[in-house]
Design a protein around this ligand. Structure first.
Ligand code: HEC
Ligand code: HEC
Length: 509
C-alpha cells in the first residue's frame, strides 16, 4: 500500500522470485556443503598420499569457486533486487527487524570469500596443515551464514513469540529454526555429493573416476536419507494453518509435493544405481538426471515453504500483498484507495469503477495472480463467475480459502474490484438482475457455488440423488468435502438451490 506495484503481467512477481530463488539456493547450499566435501576429500588425498586425488580436489575447488562466488554471488544480489521490487514492504520489515543479523551475515560472507580465495590460490604452495585449517575456516564461515539466514527465512514462516514481544532473539530462534538448520545442512551435504559426482564424471582416468563417482554418490545418498527425518521434524513443528495447507488444503502445495516426491524417488534410485552398479561408461546422462532431480527436491521444498505461509508473507503479520494484518480493520472503514500512496483513483465513482478496480487488483491480488499469464491466471480462474458471484466470493474470500488474504476496503471498493474482474477482464454484464421464480435457484447457485466448481463438475457426483438428499446436504456442505465451506443462505435459498440442482441432475422430487 505504501509502495508502487511492479507490474510483470505474464510471469507474476511470485513466480519471478521463485525462479531466481530456486536457482540461487541450488548454488548457495552447495557453497556450504561443498566446503566440507573439499576439506574432507583433501584430507583423504593427504592420508593416502594420492596425487591424482589431490589434483581432482584442486580442479573441483576451481569449479566450486567459480560457481559459488560468481554465479552464487550474482543470483544472491538478484534476489535482493527482485524481492525489493516485488515486495518492498516485507523486505523493509525484514531489514529493520534484523539489522544486526544481516550485518553479521555479511561479515561471515566476507570471511568465506577471502578464505576460499586463499584456499584455491595457495593449493600446493602452503604446508598441508595450514591449508587444511583455511579449508575448515571456509566451511565454518559458510555454515554460520546458513545458520544466520535460516533464522531470518524461517521467521517469515513462523514468527512465533516475536509477534507479541518484537524481540530479535524470539524472531531469530523461531519455532521452525532448528529443524530447518538441520534440514538445510543435510541438503547442502547432499548437493556437495551431487556436484562432486558432476566433476568426477569428467575425470579421464578410469579407476579414479569410478572411485570418485562412488564416493560422491555415498555422500549424496547418506545426506539425502538424513534429510528425511529432519524434513519430517520440520513438518511436525508447523503451526496449524500452515500444517493444514501443507497437508492438502493448498492446491499449489499439493502440486509441489508431487514434484518433490517424484524427484526424491528418482534421486535416491539413481544414486543407488550408481553406487551399486558402478557404471563403467561415462555417466553424463545420469549426471544430468541427478542434477535435475536434486533441483526438483530442493525446489519443491522451497516452494512449499513459501506457499505454507500464505496468505501471509510474514505469517500472521503481513499479507502477501504487503498489507499489515493489524491495519486491515482501519482500512475497511477508511477505504483502501484513500490510504494507498501509489494509486490514481482515490474514490470509486461510476466513471472510474473499472480503473479503480484494476488498481485494487494490482495492490491486493496481483501478488499471487497474473492477468492472462503463466501462474495462477485470474482470467482463467474467474471464467465461470458472474459479477454477483464475484461480489459474494470477495466478501468472504479469506474464510472460503484460507490461503488468500481477506479483501481490504469499503463495500464500494469491493464492487469495483468485482466489476473489473467480471466486466473488465471477462467481459461479462454487470447488471444486478434478480430473476423471478424458477431462475432463482440457478442464480443462487451461480453466485455462491461457481467460484469453485460449475454445475458440470458436480453433476456426476449428484447422479441419482433425490431432492431431499440434496436439500439436506446443503445444510452441511463441509461434510461432503472438507474444502467446501458451509452455505450460509436462508432456508428458502437452500430450497431454491435444491430445486434447481434436482431438476438439472434428474433427481426424484
Ligand atoms: C497469497 C496469494 C493469493 C492472493 C493475495 C490472492 N489469491 Fe486468489 N488464489 C490463490 C491460490 C493459491 C489459488 C488457488 C489456485 C489453484 O487452485 O491452483 C487462488 C484461487 C483464486 C480463485 C479461484 C477460485 C478458488 O477459490 O480456487 C479466485 C476467483 C481468486 N483466487 C481470486 C482472488 C482475488 C480477487 C484476489 C484479490 C482480492 C486474490 N485471489 C488474492 C492465491 C492468492
Ligand atoms: C470454496 C470452494 C467451494 C464452494 C464455494 C462450493 N464448493 Fe462444492 N465443492 C468444493 C470442492 C473442493 C469439492 C470437491 C471437488 C471434487 O470432488 O471434484 C466440492 C464438491 C461439491 C459437491 C460434490 C460432493 C461429492 O460428493 O463429492 C457438491 C454437490 C457441491 N460441491 C455443492 C456445492 C454447492 C451447492 C455450493 C454452493 C452453495 C458449493 N458446492 C460451493 C468446493 C466448493
Amino acid at each position: 500500500m505504501n509502495y508502487p506495484v511492479w507490474f510483470v503481467p505474464t510471469l507474476g512477481g511470485g513466480l519471478l522470485i521463485a525462479l531466481v530463488a530456486i536457482v540461487h539456493v541450488f548454488v548457495s547450499h552447495f557453497a556450504v556443503g561443498g566446503g566440507l566435501y573439499l576439506v574432507l576429500t583433501e584430507r583423504k588425498a593427504l592420508r593416502e598420499e594420492n596425487r591424482a586425488l589431490m589434483a581432482f580436489v584442486r580442479t573441483h575447488t576451481r569449479f566450486f569457486m567459480l560457481l559459488t562466488m560468481v554465479f552464487g554471488g550474482l543470483t544472491g544480489v538478484a534476489i535482493w533486487f527482485v524481492i525489493s521490487l516485488i515486495n518492498p514492504a516485507a523486505t523493509s520489515l525484514l531489514i529493520h527487524t534484523f539489522v544486526f543479523g544481516w550485518a553479521t551475515e555479511w561479515v561471515f560472507f566476507l570471511v568465506e570469500i577471502v578464505a576460499l580465495f586463499v584456499y584455491f590460490y595457495t593449493f600446493g604452495r602452503m604446508d598441508d596443515r595450514t591449508h587444511q585449517v583455511i579449508g575448515w575456516i571456509y566451511f565454518g564461515a559458510a555454515w554460520i551464514s546458513l545458520f544466520l539466514i535460516t533464522g531470518i527465512i524461517d521467521f517469515m514462516l513462523t514468527p512465533g513469540q516475536w509477534i507479541s514481544n518484537h524481540d530479535f532473539w524470539s524472531g531469530f530462534f523461531n519455532p521452525t529454526f532448528w529443524p530447518s538448520v538441520f534440514f538445510r545442512s543435510f541438503l547442502s551435504f547432499m548437493l556437495a555429493g551431487c556436484y562432486g559426482f558432476l566433476t568426477a564424471t569428467f575425470l579421464a582416468e578410469e579407476t579414479l573416476r569410478q572411485r570418485m563417482i562412488r564416493y560422491s554418490g555415498i555422500w549424496a545418498l547418506a545426506s539425502l536419507l538424513l534429510s528425511l527425518p529432519a524434513g519430517w521434524w520440520y513438518l511436525a513443528t508447523l503451526p496449524t494453518p500452515a500444517a493444514r495447507l501443507v497437508h492438502g488444503a493448498s492446491p499449489t502445495i499439493a502440486r509441489a509435493s508431487t514434484v518433490g516426491a517424484f524427484s526424491l524417488a528418482l534421486l535416491a534410485g539413481l544414486l543407488i544405481t550408481l553406487i551399486l552398479l558402478r557404471p563403467q561408461a561415462r555417466t553424463r546422462v545420469l549426471m544430468v538426471m541427478v542434477m535435475i532431480a536434486a533441483m526438483g527436491y530442493l525446489g519443491a521444498f522451497e516452494w512449499t515453504r513459501e506457499a505454507a505461509r500464505r496468505p501471509f508473507v510474514i505469517n500472521g503479520v503481513m499479507y502477501s500483498n504487503g498489507l499489515l494484518a493489524s491495519e486491515a480493520p482501519r482500512i475497511d472503514q477508511d477505504g483502501f484507495l484513500k490510504n494507498a500512496r501509489w494509486v490514481q483513483n482515490r474514490e470509486v465513482t461510476d466513471a472510474n469503477r473499472l480503473e479503480a478496480g484494476r488498481e485494487l487488483f494490482l495492490h491486493q491480488c496481483f501478488a499471487c495472480h497474473t492477468i492472462g499469464g503463466f501462474n495462477n491466471d485470474i482470467i482463467a480462474r474467474t471464467r465461470n463467475m458472474s459479477f454477483n458471484a464475484l461480489r459474494n466470493y470477495l466478501a468472504t474470500i479469506h474464510g472460503k480459502r484460507y490461503f488468500m488474504p481477506p479483501f481490504v476496503g469499503t463495500d464500494a471498493e469491493l464492487q469495483a474490484l468485482a466489476a473489473y474482474i467480471a466486466g473488465g477482464l471477462n467481459h461479462k454484464p454487470l447488471i444486478e438482475a434478480k430473476g423471478a421464480g424458477g431462475d432463482q435457484g440457478k442464480e443462487l447457485f451461480n453466485d455462491n457455488c461457481t467460484a469453485c466448481h460449475g454445475l458440470d463438475q458436480i453433476k456426476p457426483d449428484l447422479k441419482g440423488w433425490p431432492r431431499a438428499k440434496i436439500r439436506a446436504a446443503l445444510d452441511k456442505l463441509s461434510a461432503l468435502n472438507p474444502d467446501m465451506p458451509d452455505y450460509t443462505g436462508t432456508a428458502a435459498d437452500k430450497d431454491a438451490i435444491a430445486d434447481y440442482l434436482a431438476q438439472q441432475t434428474g433427481g426424484a422430487p
